[in-house]
Design a protein around this ligand. Sequence first.
Ligand code: SF4
Length: 428
Amino acid sequence: MTVTASVNTRIQLSVKGASQETTCGTSLASGPWEFDKGMPEYGPGASVADAIPANSPVQSQIPATYREASDEELHERIVAAKKTLGDSVVVLGHFYQRDEIVQHADYLGDSYQLAVAATKHAEAKAIVFCGVHFMAETADVLSNPDQSVILPNLAAGCSMADMADTDSVEECWAQLTELYGTEPNAQGKVPVIPVTYMNSSAALKAFCGRNGGIVCTSSNAKTVLEWAFERAERVLFFPDQHLGRNTALSMGIQLENMPLWHGRKALGGNTEQTLNDAKVILWNGFCSVHKRFSVSQIEKARVDFPGVRVIVHPECPMDVVLAADENGSTDYIRRAVAAATEPTTFAIGTEVNMVQRLAAQYPQHNIFCLDPVICPCSTMYRIHPAYLAWVLEELVAGRVVNQISVAPEVQANAKVALERMLAAKPSV
Ligand code: SF4
């Protein structure tokens, strides 16, 4: 069945008992301001069990005029504010945002596509990034110094990005360089190079820039690992173990050469021998949204819909990726659906807002999310229209709120790692 109601509408109906569907947290139906007062975890949704770092940004309470406004009123206020602001603002919406936000976005895309889109609008004084914290940081690194990048809700972090903090990675690096040394081998390769997924803080991108390392996205992870192996014997990959493992496995690297590094433990909980044999050292991070997908969901989809085409994101665990027909980034998934010429049933393993939107956009196909429970990315979900209306109306009043600013020395080193990624070319 193709469902076209928005994810938020489905959650509201489920919580009221007006549908048969279930959600992973009934509090998802509430306004995020209920959780912005400060709570020990990320709020309702898949990442509710993940511990939020103590120094995470906290969103102050927004005025009641926004919290109490109806959906229709918020919509009209956003439209009016955008009209007043004209070209002086550009609104970016991530694929995983709710529809009620995406309809106001000038661009829809993944984190890197959106950061690049922002650079094409030099006339915009403000870039409103409807995504999560690390994405706004990347936009700040790549945009002009006179542009302000705004995150409508400062509490919209990313539980995966937060799993690799700078201190733990620096400590890991100190242990690895002590074990391996820093001298290149006879082929001129250094012992280890750091590779960070785009889903990481600007500070960790800068760490890679300073230490000969590089950034990757889920679209180019293989190309980036090839780049790294031309220069190093090994790779330290953070924060997502699954993207690292799935990519390395597709390159023929054996599982026994991919030890997991547990932060704050001596040698990450490994022996010297294991680390000496390692090709890819995987940080113990994961995405709680993609961790929900399972082989049994795929098996059920194959029974219910013989001939179903199963596509999952490489942030899913390895057994899920191996059981799927294809795996790829959000952009890969979007293009695969767009390119299907015959009516097809797609079972998709990525965030439900994006799957829902594809289902609405391509009614000739039967498109559904592998996870039967409605479980959006809870931190993306914090970008409620009330926050978007607030930051835009503040801009109309001449005030910039919720600006994300990356320190100049961090920007410079992060840019080095990002530029290495842009220069990396796939092997023929
Ligand atoms: S879907 Fe996962 S990786 Fe993406 S922002 Fe949400 S928690 Fe982070």
